[in-house]
Design a protein around this ligand. Structure first.
Ligand code: CUA
Length: 358
């Protein structure tokens, strides 16, 4: 269980007693990010332990050294600049190391590799609903392939949940009204707990499930089971027609609403002059609340609001469809800014959203 502790350079360098290895204190380390995160964890634990011991030893020593004794008068001790600089600068440097180390891991956690498989997770009191690109759906079970990076795009249908896989050292709040995401690369075949780690109602404790990490063959075998309802984007295409979206969002010519082909992850100029990225979060908002951001050259109140009409899962299907209209665009982190983002020139006003850039 605790083989992770023994794999750690810091840990083994300190020769932590073997008995620790038998205590199930830590989940297995089953992702590529688990090792580096554990190293930082142990670094912070060890630095904190050393500082605690030093401080308490100094307190005890000075309490003894300057204890009250008959015939000895207390004298005022003035400061020592050298000592004060030392105890300020050294901890500052140690903190800077922690900051740099933590920031490095944080940024890595924010940026999924472009080849990451995308899986959608919807939290709902009290279950996790999983949707795969091929249209397969599961509840409380997530199948992933060994050594294949996976990016989860997560939505909530009701309250704040938090998606956590301790064995992968990943956790992220899932906040209603937007998308949250996290990513990991599973490195050990097995079955690992999924938890909800944000109190979300009286059955919060039961809101969990399992990640199944399968090797290449087993995964291919599982994936060949396929969903009978078509791929995620095909499901989206169906919804697109059913909800009448296709009457205004024409595919190849300007309709009453912007053309969606080539839109995904491209900058969109809005009527107020600002520019937004057509990422998952923007598309979700525009589907549910069409007036939130009006594209330059278009009118408000043309498109009905689909808030309450479409579930988060439906919205995910629609976005998958819109994404499929921009095939060359790699999935990127929601909210991330790509260097290529430029403010669309004013001259492109009408239908700015529709024309693929570059
Ligand atoms: Cu969902 Cu706690």
């Amino acid at each position: 269980m605790l083989d992770l502790a023994l794999n750690l350079p810091l840990h083994s360098a300190l020769n932590v007693p073997l008995i620790l290895a038998d205590l199930p204190l830590f989940p297995p380390a089953a992702s590529a990010q688990a090792g580096p995160i554990d190293e930082l964890y142990w670094f912070e634990v060890i630095v904190s332990a050393i500082m605690t011991v030093l401080i308490f030893a100094a307190v005890a020593f000075f309490a003894w050294k300057y204890r009250r004794r008959p015939g000895v008068r207390a004298v005022q001790i003035e400061g020592s600049t050298g000592l004060e600089l030392t105890w300020s600068i050294l901890p500052f440097l140690v903190m800077l190391v922690m900051f740099w180390w933590g920031a490095k891991l944080y940024y890595a956690a924010q940026n999924p590799p472009l080849d990451a498989a995308e899986v959608f997770v919807t939290g709902k009191q009290w279950m996790w609903k999983i949707q795969y690109a091929d249209g397969t759906r599961e509840i409380n079970t997530l199948h992933v392939a060994l050594n294949q990076p996976v990016k989860l795009t997560m939505a909530s249908e009701d309250v704040i949940h938090s998606f956590s896989i301790p064995a992968f050292r990943v956790r992220h709040d899932v906040v209603p009204g937007t998308y949250d995401s996290l990513w990991f690369t599973p490195t050990k075949v097995g079955r690992y707990h999924i938890f909800c780690t944000e109190y979300c109602g009286n059955q919060h404790a039961q809101m969990g499930g399992w990640v199944e990490v399968l090797d290449e063959r087993a995964y291919a075998n599982w994936a060949s089971g396929g969903g009978g309802e078509g791929s995620l984007s095909e499901q989206g295409q169906k919804l697109f027609a059913q909800n009448g979206c296709s009457t205004c969002h024409l595919l190849d010519q300007q309709g009453r609403c912007p053309i969606l082909r080539g839109l995904y992850n491209k900058p969109v100029q809005l009527r107020d002059g600002s520019t937004v990225m057509a990422n998952d979060a923007y598309l979700r908002e525009s589907i549910l609340d069409a007036n939130a951001k009006i594209v330059s050259g278009f009118d408000a109140d043309v498109m009905p609001n689909f808030k309450g009409q479409l579930s988060e899962e439906n919205v995910i299907q629609l976005i998958a469809y819109i994404k499929s209209l921009s095939p060359a665009t790699p999935a990127t982190q929601q909210g991330s800014q790509q260097p290529a983002v430029v403010v669309a020139p004013r001259a492109r006003a009408a239908g700015a959203a529709a024309q693929p850039q570059q």
